[in-house]
Design a protein around this ligand. Structure first.
Ligand SMILES: [Zn+2]
Length: 327
């Protein structure tokens, strides 16, 4: 399908087209060890490949965002020597661009209004079955959600770090084999008028001209869907690499909800060394470096995707000043 939106990847920079990476924190809390690991891995992978490294604030879910947290996050990145290229992008400032895309999709009948309630979808067996696809509903039928027609099946992909990744099994439940990789038409704009994460994450990467995404394994299952959305919007899927997630216990990702402590800028060198060890670069010794910049330039040359630990999550010890503290 041709790119119908006439939106060339307009990165604000004259970019080296081969590699643009990004780090996309949500300003709902300060950076903790887990987010530092993701920032560092995406930075090192970009810089090792002479690419650009961008930052964007995933502040679409505005009620959860805390004023001033974006500034604190940027300050922490700078204190750790993780200097981004170009301007920081804010999702909250992209609404009109998202709406333009949604309008174009509606216009080309690639998206449609849906009036199904959560209860109706539950009655369908939990997976939306395309009930409103051909009903021709319009906004005059009330406050409706908008769904994207997805006809491309989910496909396995080769992860830059984890290798071959299959389609997540939970999507297969209850479907015949030939139907197995079909997916439901996802909501792109909710009834309450919020754009859905699965749409904006794909569009933001397009808007910023991102080519490579390095992120935590907690998102690996949704990557086939993101690749599928890219494709159905007429864009080439990106390259994805997933790194282990820091957790306080199996299945409990380090997060603000799980008592993660904000990382201290005063111990930046130590934090970076810990993050490198976490990723598998255990030969790095803090005493060999006197600044974050010298450590980072060494780490950029040392970076090797093959050396990154290939487990989806790693349990970190309880340690107040580094990882988390339970009140
Ligand atoms: Zn519907």
């Amino acid at each position: 399908m041709p790119n119908i939106f006439n939106q060339h990847s307009e990165s604000d920079l004259d970019s080296n087209p081969k590699y643009t990476g990004r780090f996309a924190p949500s300003p709902s809390g300060q950076l903790h060890f887990g987010s530092l690991v993701t920032a560092l891995a995406s930075y090192l992978d970009a810089k090792h490949h002479n690419g650009k490294w961008l930052v964007r604030m995933e502040d679409i879910d505005e009620p959860r965002c805390i004023s001033g947290t974006d500034t604190a996050i940027l300050h922490t990145l700078e204190a750790h020597g993780l200097q981004w290229d170009g301007e920081v992008m804010y999702q909250s400032k992209q609404h009109s661009r998202y709406q333009e895309v949604v309008n174009a999709l509606l216009h080309h009948q690639q998206a449609y209004y849906c009036s199904c309630t959560r209860r109706m979808i539950k009655a369908m067996g939990g997976t939306y079955n395309g009930h409103c696809r051909d009903k021709g509903l319009t906004p005059s039928n009330g406050q409706l959600a908008i769904r994207l027609k997805l006809d491309t099946p989910l496909a396995p992909f080769t992860d830059l770090i984890m290798g071959e990744v299959g389609v997540p099994h939970q999507k297969l439940a209850g479907h015949r084999v030939e139907e197995a990789h079909r997916i439901e038409d996802i909501t792109i704009k909710r009834r309450d008028q919020l754009f859905s994460y699965n749409l904006v994450v794909v569009l933001d990467d397009v808007f910023q001209g991102v080519t490579h995404v390095i992120r935590g394994c907690d998102l690996i299952d949704v990557t086939p869907l993101h690749r599928c959305v890219h494709q159905s919007l007429g864009y080439q899927p990106l390259e994805y690499g997933h790194i282990p997630v820091a957790a306080i216990a199996p299945g409990r990702k380090l997060s603000k909800q799980n008592h993660a402590t904000p990382i201290e800028c005063t111990t930046a060198l130590k934090n970076l060394v810990n993050a490198l060890h976490f990723l598998g670069f255990t030969e790095v010794k803090q005493q060999d470096f006197n600044s974050v910049d010298s450590l980072l330039s060494f780490a950029v040359s040392l970076w090797n995707r093959k050396k990154v630990v290939k487990t989806p999550e790693i349990i970190v010890p309880r340690h107040e000043s580094t990882y988390y503290s339970v009140p």
